[in-house]
Design a binder for this molecule. Structure first.
Ligand code: UD1
Length: 345
């Protein structure tokens, strides 16, 4: 029996595939490589000494998906094939709804057709909107999303709720990620967005490496200890391990619909992150305070208690590992590039 991972060569997908392979699972990756590189497959193999089966297709292609379900014995699907850039989603809402919502529906339809009803969905803290109490728990109301990316996650969550109500033989786990950062400690896989990053950690890394000149800190007048925004950063390897725990739960349970917040439970400000990054990696981050970024909220952190109680999962890695691994991934890539240049490749 295999686990199908859509978006399996992406940032969170590749780390999750590693954990699944190391656990001993057969893994099938479906990814159209629109936001990842084929080389990730070799890196995964180098780390695990195992290879996932790979289909280069877009998960909206229903006929192709059907063929995969015909050819393989699939027990569960982990859907990580989402677009995730907030700003881009505002500019291209139809593209986001098509990929994130129609994609999920297509996948669920094919699963239903083949009687595969175990599903893990990557959602986001963004579905809680702008709460006024912290920490955020799973009992908080979801809704009031502020951009098409967030709304697409909310829509899929609602679809899953309705699907489960209509047929409670489904076994579904919704994972709401807080702010994933870091990279695999091998330095072989990580996050390396093309162009100018939107998110804080990839931006810091590019300033530290000299690729970008200065980090804009979006506002220092929030009601937080130093005025900058507070987030619950979580190491991507911890996040990947949560998928294993969710998989174990679904394997154990016959049916159900569960949701879990995945964070460390600790909120760090932007300045905390900068200071820690500088200290851990012995580098300087050139930054300046600018206006608030439209749509940003002041504070966002979770209580990871439910995930601990019900999945037996908690984050093991702290801010030191998050800063160290984000940096060593980029340094390793830079060294490889330099080596290839020196050799005339
Ligand atoms: C955003 C999305 C979230 C999504 C996540 C990952 C919202 C409200 N949030 O999270 O849904 O899952 O991206 O893609 O839609 N910051 C700077 N300078 C920068 C970049 C960020 O100061 O150059 C600050 C931000 O103001 C914020 C913190 O750093 O306080 C984290 O920002 P970011 O990494 O973009 O994540 P979120 O906005 O929390």
């Amino acid at each position: 029996m295999s686990i199908l991972v859509t978006g399996g060569t992406g940032y969170i997908g590749s780390h999750t595939v590693i954990e699944l392979l190391e656990y001993g699972k057969d893994v099938i990756i479906v990814d159209d490589l629109c936001n990842s590189k084929i080389g990730v497959l070799n890196a995964i193999e180098q780390i695990t000494q195992k290879r996932a089966k790979f289909y280069e297709i877009n998960y909206l292609e229903k006929e192709e998906l059907r063929k995969i379900f015909e050819e393989n014995n699939i027990e569960m699907v982990i859907n990580l094939a989402g677009f995730k850039a907030v700003g881009e989603s505002v500019e291209k809402p139809l593209m986001y709804y098509r990929n994130n919502v129609v994609g999920a529906i297509t996948l669920l339809e094919v699963m239903q057709e083949f009687g595969v009803k175990k599903f893990i969905f990557s959602s986001s803290a963004t579905v809680y909107g702008n709460p006024d109490k912290f920490p955020i728990t799973e009992e908080f109301e979801i809704g009031h999303t502020t951009n098409p990316y967030g709304t697409s996650k909310l829509m899929v969550e609602n679809i899953l709720k309705d699907l489960y109500s209509s047929d409670n033989s489904w076994d579904i786990c919704i994972l709401r990620y807080f702010n994933p950062v870091g990279a695999h400690e091998s330095g072989l896989i990580g996050e390396n967005p093309n162009g100018i990053p939107n998110n804080l950690m990839p931006y810091i890394v590019k300033v530290a490496s000299g690729e970008l000149e200065v980090l804009n800190v979006y506002g220092n007048d929030y009601n937080t200890k130093d005025g900058t925004g507070v987030r619950d950063y979580i190491h991507v390897v911890d996040l990947a391990k949560a998928h294993i725990k969710a998989m174990e739960k679904l394997e154990k349970e016959k049916s159900g619909l569960y949701s879990y917040n995945l964070g460390t439970g600790i909120g760090y400000t932007v300045l905390d992150i900068i200071k820690n990054f500088e200290k851990v990696n012995d580098v300087k981050i050139n930054y300046r305070i600018t206006e608030r970024r439209p749509g940003d909220i002041a504070i966002c952190y979770t209580s990871p208690d439910k995930a601990f109680r019900e999945l037996g999962w908690k984050a093991e890695k702290g801010i030191t590992e998050m800063c160290r691994d984000s940096w060593s991934y980029i340094m390793k890539r830079k060294n490889i590039k330099k080596l290839l240049n020196e050799r005339g490749y």
